[in-house]
Design a protein around this ligand. Structure first.
Ligand SMILES: [Zn+2]
Length: 252
């Protein structure tokens, strides 16, 4: 029975590959295995691996020794404990994210989640709750899905961690952040998120892992985590597919 079903699935998979030949998730070039990158794009995808800042997950060019944190981590406090990202935000990462967000290709979430499973390795044995950063309902209606939620759903399947999207709500559609100063962005976002204290009390004691596609300035993650803390959340970690790393910090 088991074997028979496996065979049917294998045949169905082959038939699907025939109808939809696998293509690179970034550039669309033909490849052999589905849901992955072609060799050229893979080379330009900078996966983040040790050594990196134990707080913010920013890669270090050289190993500064155990316990050393980045200047960014020292510069300011944050309402979450740790942040991790799978890759450095590059042209390839940007293409993957924009296809995921706007090109209506939710199956890309599988590839993205696989990379994030590795990046969040320190989180999974703590029985965390996955919480995708919410979109405002109007924007969600327009786009038909929230890319953070698609990633979260796939990541939940891969890691076994439960996803509970209802812990956080986006009250305002979120004005365009482009052209605003850091302080203006913060003020703009401070009022945007609202957590549900009753829902939070039901997961008491379990850490929350905030999920998003990209960390640019970190403002969205800070605002989300601040709203959760205000509603009583104790431990929050952050996980994204890509994070912006300035040229100076890029591993050479
Ligand atoms: Zn490619």
């Amino acid at each position: 029975m088991e074997t028979g079903l496996g065979l049917v699935k294998a045949i169905a998979g082959t038939a699907l590959n025939f109808i939809y030949p696998p293509v690179c998730v970034a550039c669309g070039a033909a490849i052999v295995v589905s849901d992955t990158l072609c060799a050229a794009c893979f080379q330009r995808l900078h996966a983040i691996s040790a050594p990196f800042c134990p707080i913010l997950g920013i890669p270090f060019a050289t190993d500064p020794g155990p316990g050393t944190v980045s200047l960014e981590a020292l510069a300011e406090t944050r309402p979450y404990e740790r942040a991790r990202a799978a890759v450095v935000y590059s042209d390839v990462a940007q293409r993957i994210i924009s296809r995921l967000k706007y090109a209506d290709r939710p199956e890309l979430a599988r590839f993205v989640a696989q990379q994030m499973l590795r990046a969040g390795a320190e989180y999974w044995d703590q029985n965390p709750v996955l919480l995708p950063v919410p979109l405002h309902w109007q924007r969600r209606l327009m786009r038909r899905y929230n890319q953070a939620e698609e990633i979260g759903r796939r990541l939940s399947q891969l890691s076994g961690a439960e996803m509970i999207p209802g812990l956080l709500r986006r009250k305002a559609p979120g004005r365009r952040q482009v052209g605003l100063s850091g302080a203006e962005r913060r003020r703009n976002l401070e009022r945007v998120f609202e957590a549900a204290p009753e829902a939070l009390s039901r997961i008491k004691g379990r850490p929350i892992v905030l999920i998003d596609d990209v960390i640019t300035t970190g403002t969205t993650m800070r605002a989300s985590a601040a709203a959760l803390r205000k509603a009583g959340a104790e431990r929050i970690d952050v996980l994204a597919f890509a994070r912006v790393v300035t040229a100076v910090e890029l591993p050479i």
